[in-house]
Ligand binder design. Structure first.
Ligand code: FVH
Length: 306
């Protein structure tokens, strides 16, 4: 009955209206992406340098290509790269005919590498989109976790494949400069690094207290960091207006004064303050330059050489 119905509208049992995807790279992230596209019903061709890693995916419905050149040649949709680094992208695509192909590079790269790789692909006749994955593998295919992928470069290519690209995670297009996805990615990871440094110091401060409830402290810490993260909007507004004193509720002078209490407490708890000191020194320097009334945008100015 199904066959009769599908034949009436020109389909057969193998028809699939979903865009085919070609995926090069089946590490932890590549494998998670592959499973998300398979689960969403996209025909999927995969290639990996170590071919054994493709085997489970083939059992789940993917087609394995023997070489990257073969995978690219047969691609009728986006060719997604999720490899270790930019050098591995160059090695993998070397020898593939990119003419008329749509390359979506999700490999973590510097902004300069992303721009150069997009230019390299376009010189070879491809259209190019760069991406930065803001998720870890267990978040892929699970929209409720809030993971997403930043994209930049060819806007029309992004729009054309927006739905397909959204199968593994949310999508955020951040501009036509192919380096901007990587720049956003690295900026967000850098902010995360600072946050982890702060968390590490905080746990070290409470560590000597044997009767302190660690999980209760963790809940307070997460709640506090969430509340303070809104400061990002204030910094952006100050940077946009050029007035670093705009809307300041906590001035650099006040924060620099409070630093002494933080450092004394670190000493009393026998905690090495090295994760805090460089940042505190920058605040202090900005205050010494006569900018104590500014907010955190003043430190951005200092770092940027203003
Ligand atoms: N996993 C994560 O938490 C992060 C989350 C944020 C985004 N990153 C980036 O995603 C890229 C891939 O990461 P991954 O987790 O899949 O990494 P691995 O499991 O280490 O797999 C690496 C794959 O790259 C292949 N590969 C390495 N070198 C070469 C090469 N010279 N030529 C061809 N392929 C190469 C490797 O192949 P094999 O070792 O299995 O043969 C894997 O497929 C990455 O940019 C992260 O920064 C993930």
């Amino acid at each position: 009955m199904v066959l009769a119905w599908t034949s009436l509208i020109g389909m057969d049992e193998h028809s699939n209206s979903k865009t085919p995807v070609t995926l090069l790279g089946l590490g932890n992230m590549g494998t998670a992406l592959a499973r998300a596209w398979l689960a969403a019903g996209h025909p999927l061709t995969v290639w990996n340098r170590t071919p054994e890693r493709a085997e489970p995916l083939v059992r789940e419905g993917a087609r394995a290509a023997a070489t990257p050149a073969e995978a690219v040649a047969s691609a009728a949709g986006p060719v997604v790269l999720c490899l270790l680094d930019d050098a591995s992208v160059g090695e993998t695509l070397d020898g593939a005919d990119l003419r008329g192909k749509e390359v979506v590079n999700l490999t973590t790269s510097t902004p300069a590498q992303s721009r150069e790789r997009a230019r390299w692909a376009e010189e070879r006749g491809a259209r190019a989109l760069s991406g930065g994955i803001m998720a870890v593998p267990p978040m892929i295919g699970r929209p409720e976790t809030g993971g997403y992928v930043l994209y930049s470069g060819d806007r029309a290519l992004f729009e054309r494949h927006r739905e397909t690209l959204a199968a593994p995670a949310g999508t955020r297009f951040v501009g036509e400069d192919p380096g901007h996805a990587a720049l956003h990615d690295i900026a967000l990871l850098s902010a995360m690094t600072g946050m982890f440094a702060g968390m590490t110091h905080a746990f070290a401060l409470v560590a000597p207290e044997k009767d302190l409830d660690r999980s209760g402290f963790a809940a307070l810490l997460a709640e506090w960091l969430g509340a303070m993260s809104g400061a990002a909007h204030g910094i952006a507004a100050q940077l946009e207006s050029g007035d670093y004193t705009q809307g300041v509720a906590s001035s650099l002078a006040m924060m620099a004064a409070a630093d002494d209490t933080l450092l004394t407490t670190a000493r009393d708890q026998s905690v090495d303050p090295r994760l805090l000191v460089p940042y505190m020194e920058l605040m202090r320097r900005r205050v010494a330059q006569g900018h104590g009334a500014e907010g955190l945008a003043g430190v951005v100015g200092l770092l940027s050489g203003e």
